[in-house]
Ligand binder design. Structure first.
Ligand code: SF4
Ligand code: SF4
Length: 357
């Protein structure tokens, strides 16, 4: 029996895949490219696999998120020939099955669905993808992410997914969140599942209290906590790594790639981030985010103030990936804690760094 257990570096127990889940994934693999959590040198990543035995079933968040697949770093938008638009490129990649998407990342996916609701490229990709959420619960009071969320009775109603698999000590529980999910479960021979109706990304009661508190802390803080933002601006390298891994960062820029034949080429979209100096350049060459302090504040303001204002949903899901990758140890939860203090009680630069684990 002991041979059936593997241990990750973090000592998380990885159980062998249970029969019903195997049946589901085998069925889905027939028509989809399977993307699932796979162990690599530097952690567990969502990656393509044909081998179900390589899939890591754990409560850990993957290092990357769904964004790499549903909103790739580079996308071709259309070809052109002289002044003529040859034809917009429709997204025709094979269907994807994204398995192992955590509750936290499903929340981020809801944000993407809102932001890109009129984007034909994102929509086409989404229609071609089956999303299978997964949660391994070790104890009933387990919390998730830096905001210490819990699994509530109505959590799944506010998440968009096709299938959700809850893996608890009472066994595997399957939920369908769409007709696509119902079909997959039925065709895979899983009869015992529950249908969950999606009722929108936010609970009837609105943003949860932690997010309301964060909204208040960040709003106008460039004036009230100017010194803190300036300290962060001195430390931040503006490398943009936090933005690249963040499942809620969706900013992009577009540019042309010229072909070998005269006057031909493509228009291409690439991820971009407000940490980069060129991001805020406008006509006439003016950059309205001309210091790193302004840029780092702008990033927080987008997540905690502007997204909630515009879409009534949080712009940060508390995954903590930005903390993990920051080369100078800027920790979003420590920054938010500092913003909650009166200016006279602010910590020094040193204490703003992430806690040693
Ligand atoms: S914790 Fe960091 S990486 Fe995760 S959603 Fe929030 S800002 Fe993005
Ligand atoms: S990862 Fe850290 S240093 Fe790099 S842009 Fe983000 S906050 Fe700044």
């Amino acid at each position: 029996m002991l041979n059936n257990l593997l241990y990750t570096k973090e000592c998380d127990i990885i159980y062998p895949m249970k029969t019903n889940l195997k049946k589901l994934l085998k069925y889905i693999q027939q028509e989809h490219k399977l993307i699932a959590p796979i162990k690599k040198d530097h952690g567990v990543f969502l990656s393509q696999t044909k081998d179900l035995n390589k899939i890591i079933l754990s409560s850990q968040l993957t290092e990357n998120s769904f964004k790499d697949f549903l909103f790739p770093q580079e996308q071709e938008l259309f070809d052109f020939k002289g002044a003529e638009l040859v034809k917009p490129k429709q997204y025709t990649a094979p269907g994807l099955a994204l398995f192992g998407i955590s509750i936290i990342d499903l929340r981020a996916l809801s944000l993407y669905a809102q932001v890109f609701r009129h984007d034909p490229y994102f929509q086409a990709r989404g229609n071609n993808t089956i999303v299978i959420g997964y949660l391994k619960v070790a104890t009933p009071d387990q919390t998730f992410g830096i905001f210490k969320e819990r699994l509530e009775e109505d959590t799944l109603e506010h998440l968009e997914f096709d299938v959700f698999v809850l893996d608890s000590n009472t066994g595997l529980h399957f939920f369908s969140g769409s007709p696509k999910g119902q079909k997959a479960l039925t065709q895979a021979g899983i009869e015992d599942f529950e249908n969950v109706e999606y009722v929108g990304p936010v609970k009837e009661s609105g943003l949860d209290q932690t997010m309301v508190a964060n909204y208040k802390k960040v709003k106008n803080s460039f004036k009230t906590h100017r010194k803190l933002w300036e300290e962060l601006g001195k430390r931040c390298l503006a490398c943009g790594k936090c933005s690249l891994v963040c499942p809620t960062c969706f900013c992009f820029s577009t540019h042309y790639k010229f072909g070998q034949k005269k006057k031909t080429g493509k228009k291409v979209l690439n991820w971009d981030t407000c940490f980069y100096s060129e991001f805020s350049r406008v006509a006439g060459g003016h950059k309205f985010l001309d210091t790193v302090a302004k840029r780092i504040f702008f990033w927080y303001e987008h997540k905690f103030v502007r997204i909630p204002d515009e879409l009534s949903i949080p712009g940060c899901v508390g995954c903590g990936r930005c903390i993990k990758v920051c080369p100078v140890a800027i920790d979003i939860s420590r920054v938010l804690a500092e913003l909650g203090k009166p200016v006279s009680k602010l910590a020094s630069r040193k204490t703003l760094k992430k806690k040693k684990s």
